[in-house]
Design a protein. Structure first.
Length: 495
């Protein structure tokens, strides 16, 4: 089960970002923990008993045949009926088990979401704690109902089997008596007594085998749920003979790029052509839903293009080996993720062998060293779940420090300052300027104050590049970009 659990986790690590945007975290956790745990419990509980019971049944049936094959046939004549009944019961429990595991996953997702720091803050500040508790109670009650139904499913059928098998000695005595009265082959009293004794010894392992069969059949629901994940197609794969770049200059090209989500709806990006020279800076702006973040996600292959190609130093990113791509491209997004670990451990996620001096240098460049040093435990301070001990700006600067440690030649900044107030944005922008120096930088921006110095600015609208140029050139044209700048200027006093 360890190998299976690891295989599922490894498979999920290779899935594209699209899978995780449509799947609840609790659902994934439940399949890895609960479903595989249930399979392990089934295997553990049935493996030993299955072998011993099967051995007992086979040995007993052989002995019964040696005593009297006719009585053995009578004893086993109902066996196909018993097997059919147990299969019906197993199918019923399998169906209910599938429903139970789905409900368990839904409940796990509810716990993960509502009992996170963000969930607690939302529930309490909105006065919805009691409502959330009530909703959880309903889900828990439904789960209990399914567990009871799973345990009770087919009990009366299995009880009938038990009663019939318990009555088999009487049936054997009756059969032997009828045979003797009819003048059939003589059966000695000793043979009958020995046969009934063997039959009674057959009773317990036979019933246990049927119950084990039901249990195994029900557990197939768990196997199906696990293999649903193992059978998922992996969208982002490495070529059989990928290209490895030892030295990366950092030229990024979008060549007639089109992208859509699973072929549903219209294209999110349509015919995008952009070149960013090594060390150059590109800013991508536009209204919400224009495809800005999606464009940035294509560079590190969080998604693959539908048509066209994205190249790094002239090589299609789909042809690069994963290690080259990971070394080449760093991403700092609006939603910074920090592990529930120390500051140092979070920073070393980018470079496990980084020295303390390297950590301090990266933190200084990101304008966060003084704050970390002032903490009671310094770099050993645990950041809390998702970094909730730090403000939004502090988390962003930690993420920037982490990326500085990685030292990628290409940098994608995905609205890294859009959720920050003006004062914090200025501090984070200083860190970004330090990070962007001498790197190819692609900035996905909501606030236009962060893009004025870009070498080129591309305005996206409905997935198409409708304008491009420098800040001054686009202002002079008085088009979409100029309108966005005017809107930004009107909003500025409210920040």
């Amino acid at each position: 089960m360890h190998d299976l659990r690891t295989a599922v986790y490894g498979r999920l690590q290779r899935m594209s970002l699209a899978f995780f945007t449509r799947t609840r975290t609790g659902e994934v956790q439940s399949r890895i923990a609960n479903d595989i745990g249930g399979m392990q419990a089934t295997v553990t509980s049935t493996a030993t008993s299955l072998v011993s019971n099967l051995t007992s049944v086979v040995a007993t049936v052989v002995a019964m045949l040696a005593l009297d094959w006719r009585l053995t046939v009578v004893s086993l004549v109902l066996l196909p009926v018993f097997v059919w009944i147990s299969r019906r019961v197993g199918n019923e429990r399998k169906r209910i088990t599938t429903q139970r595991q789905k409900q368990m996953a839904a409940m796990a997702a509810t716990v993960t979401e509502s009992l996170s720091v963000s969930g607690i803050l939302l529930g309490r500040t909105m006065g919805r704690s009691d409502s959330l508790t009530g909703a959880f109670s309903d889900e828990s009650e439904h789960l209990v109902d399914l567990e009871v139904r799973s345990n009770m499913a087919g009990r009366w059928r299995m009880a009938v089997i038990t009663i019939v098998m318990a009555a088999m000695p009487a049936i054997i005595y009756w059969t032997a008596g009828v045979t003797l009265r009819a003048g059939g082959p003589e059966v000695s009293i000793g043979t009958i007594v020995a046969f009934v004794s063997l039959q009674q010894g057959l009773f317990r392992p036979a019933v246990s085998l049927l119950s084990t069969g039901v249990q195994i059949q029900a557990s197939l629901a768990l196997f199906q749920r696990i293999f649903e994940y193992l059978d998922l197609p992996v969208d982002i794969t490495e070529r059989a003979d990928p290209v490895r770049l030892d030295r990366i200059k950092g030229e990024v090209r979008f060549e007639d790029v089109t992208f859509g989500y699973d072929g549903k709806g219209g294209p999110v990006l349509d015919g995008i052509g952009i070149t960013v020279p090594p060390g150059g800076s590109l800013a991508v702006v536009g209204p919400t839903g224009a495809g800005k973040s999606t464009l940035g996600h294509l560079v590190p292959r969080l998604y693959d293009v539908t048509d066209g190609r994205v190249t790094l130093d002239g090589v299609d990113v789909r042809d690069l080996d994963f290690d080259t791509l990971a070394r080449a491209v760093g991403v700092v997004s609006q939603e910074t993720y920090l592990f529930h670990a120390s500051v140092a451990d979070n920073l070393r996620f980018a470079k496990p062998d980084a020295t303390d001096e390297e950590l301090h240098a990266a933190a200084r460049a990101a304008q966060i060293h003084d704050h970390i040093a002032a903490l009671p435990d310094g770099y050993d301070t645990v950041v809390g779940e998702r970094g909730h001990r730090f403000s939004g700006g502090e988390k962003q600067r930690l993420a920037i420090a982490r990326t500085i440690l990685r030292d990628p030649p290409v940098l994608v900044l995905d609205e890294a300052t859009s959720a920050l107030d003006t004062r914090t944005e200025a501090a984070v922008q200083q860190a970004i300027d330090a990070l962007s120096a001498d790197r190819t930088t692609i900035t996905i921006a909501h606030r236009l104050s962060t893009v004025r110095g870009a070498d080129q600015i591309v305005v996206l609208d409905s997935g198409r590049a409708v304008e491009r140029g420098t800040h001054d050139e686009l202002l002079e044209r008085g088009g979409r970009y100029a309108a966005l700048v005017r809107r930004d200027a009107q909003l500025e006093p409210t920040k």
